[in-house]
Design a protein around this ligand. Structure first.
Ligand SMILES: [Zn+2]
Length: 505
């Protein structure tokens, strides 16, 4: 049976237009998903929008717009990223949809009765983060992210007994039952747990929520705390409310080696690695099998955020540089695990070095040589002298730990090997001297096939165009297990050069 894998991205608040931080997560998840689809897995990929936040209400009020219209407009800008960045998600859930509100209420009721209780509460609340802060977490009395003073909020709320799950959650992480990548984030989460997990508020008054959000089942006066309903999107989107087929197939994966992967930013790690796990344990629902936590794209060293107003829009980046170049930069030039800076200068440099002069030039050189010295016909299969199996093993290892930068680096260094081979062997001289260069030509054209396939998850359109020059239809590829074997190009196959792949900026 085909192995199943469920991959999710976090659902952003839709109080403003998307910025390139959201795009990074989409593109990383998409590369990961495309890779496992190449392997022949049945992957379901979910994205969505978090629409029940108080921030949305405030932003809509500020814009003088009805909240529903406001969130719908912004949610569309996020789902439109699918086309802008060529992201292959299968579903986009909006948390104002009925499948979600019903599912979130069912989830609330599925939690153990003793885990949800009501008590009066007062705390320092940052509306921007939608979370309470303790005094010592603030910087100069202000939210470290939004640089504004949190509000003192006093009311009676429902609480979730997270404290009851402290040992269990810690054990899951320490034992590697729930792998958290990268290690650094895992250690941060463990340190957070060791400071002691406190029960957290999971509702707010109808009044403070401005009546917006998912009502607490059986209590008209309370609305679910946005994080409590938002996290459940990962199951509500699969039809958890009615125990749907997708939920069984992709979340429960009964009797299979389950693969349920959350991809998220470091700012929401606590919610996914700790709160959500506690909630699932309480509800008796199987846990995700893995979580990957990426860093931020910074601008001059500062986090990009709506509040700080230093946001770069993904659409602008794509319009300026093109879709594949943008994906390539995100995946190859930015650190997969840490923060990295976005600048036009870095972008141009990386693009020119690795796509124009790297992959683009190599493709053109190889296909031109085949046309010139072999009438565009692939010579007899020659032995692999470049160690292709090693490259694929390395690529697989990197992709499985979300090391997208290392993955790209591995493809590029293999391409560089091909360049070196050409410079050393000087096929044009050998051909002039009447030497047989057919084995060399085979090695190069077959290597190019591997490079193109390896790049399919990273720059899908350009990689397909390389394959097309080799007479290969990317849509008709076999599973990676077969395609990654040496010898895919057959004697007599025709190759033909096409238009330039990557234009100079
Ligand atoms: Zn904040």
């Amino acid at each position: 049976m085909q192995k199943k894998r469920f991959v999710t991205t976090t659902i952003p608040y839709v109080n403003a237009q998307p910025h390139i931080g959201h795009a990074l997560e989409f593109v990383q998840a998409d590369a990961y998903v495309r890779y496992f689809r190449l392997l022949g897995e049945d992957v379901r990929f979910l994205a969505g929008s978090d629409e029940n936040s108080l921030k949305n209400v405030q932003a809509a009020e500020k814009a003088g717009e009805d909240v529903g219209t406001f969130v719908a407009r912004h949610a569309k800008a996020f789902s439109d990223l699918q086309a802008v960045l060529n992201v292959s998600f299968d579903d986009f859930i909006r948390t104002t949809e009925e499948r979600h509100t019903k599912g979130a209420q069912k989830f609330w009721q599925a939690c153990k009765k003793e885990d949800i209780y009501k008590k009066p509460y007062s705390g320092l609340y940052c509306v921007g983060c939608e979370m309470f802060y303790s005094e010592d977490e603030l910087v100069d009395g202000k939210c470290p992210d939004h640089k504004v003073e949190p509000q003192l909020v006093e009311e009676e709320n429902y609480f979730f007994r997270l404290s009851a799950y402290q040992d269990q959650i810690k054990e899951l992480i320490v034992s590697g039952t729930l792998p958290i990548t990268p290690e650094r984030r895992k250690n941060e989460m463990l340190a957070f747990i060791d400071r002691g997990l406190e029960d957290f508020s999971i509702s707010r008054s109808h009044e403070r929520a401005h009546g917006w959000g998912v009502p607490v089942p059986g209590d008209e006066e309370q609305i679910m705390y946005v994080w409590f309903d938002a996290l459940s999107n990962y199951i509500t989107a699969l039809g958890y409310a009615e125990d749907g087929a997708l939920y069984k197939d992709y979340w429960l994966q009964v009797g299979q080696d389950r693969a349920v992967v959350h991809m998220l930013g470091k700012g929401v790690a606590r919610f996914h690695v700790i709160y959500w796990i506690g909630m699932l344990l309480s509800a008796g629902i199987p846990l995700p099998t893995e979580e990957f936590i990426h860093g931020y794209i910074t601008s001059e060293g500062e986090k990009m955020s709506k509040t700080l107003g230093n946001v770069v829009a993904p659409k602008d980046a794509v319009e300026t540089y093109g879709q594949d170049p943008t994906r390539f930069f995100f995946l190859g030039a930015l650190s997969a695990y840490g923060d990295s800076d976005f600048s036009d200068e870095r972008f141009k440099e990386y693009y020119t070095a690795h796509l124009v002069n790297g992959v683009g030039n190599l493709t053109s050189r190889i296909v031109t040589m085949l046309e010139k010295y072999a009438d565009g016909k692939v010579p007899a299969v020659a032995e692999d002298t470049l160690g292709i199996t090693g490259m694929w093993k390395t690529l697989d290892a990197h992709m499985r730990v979300f090391a997208f930068d290392k993955y790209v680096e591995t493809v590029l260094s293999f391409a560089a090997k091909c360049d070196t081979l050409i410079s050393e062997q000087k096929p044009w001289e050998k051909a002039k001297n009447g030497e047989d260069i057919s084995a060399l030509l085979y090695t190069l054209i077959e290597s190019l096939r591997h490079i193109a396939i390896a790049l399919l998850p990273i720059i899908p359109v350009a990689a397909e165009r390389i394959l097309a020059q080799l007479g290969i239809d990317a849509a008709a590829l076999d599973s990676l297990e077969k395609e990654s074997a040496w010898g895919g190009m057959k004697e007599g196959d025709t190759v033909a050069k096409s238009d330039i792949l990557f234009a100079r900026l």
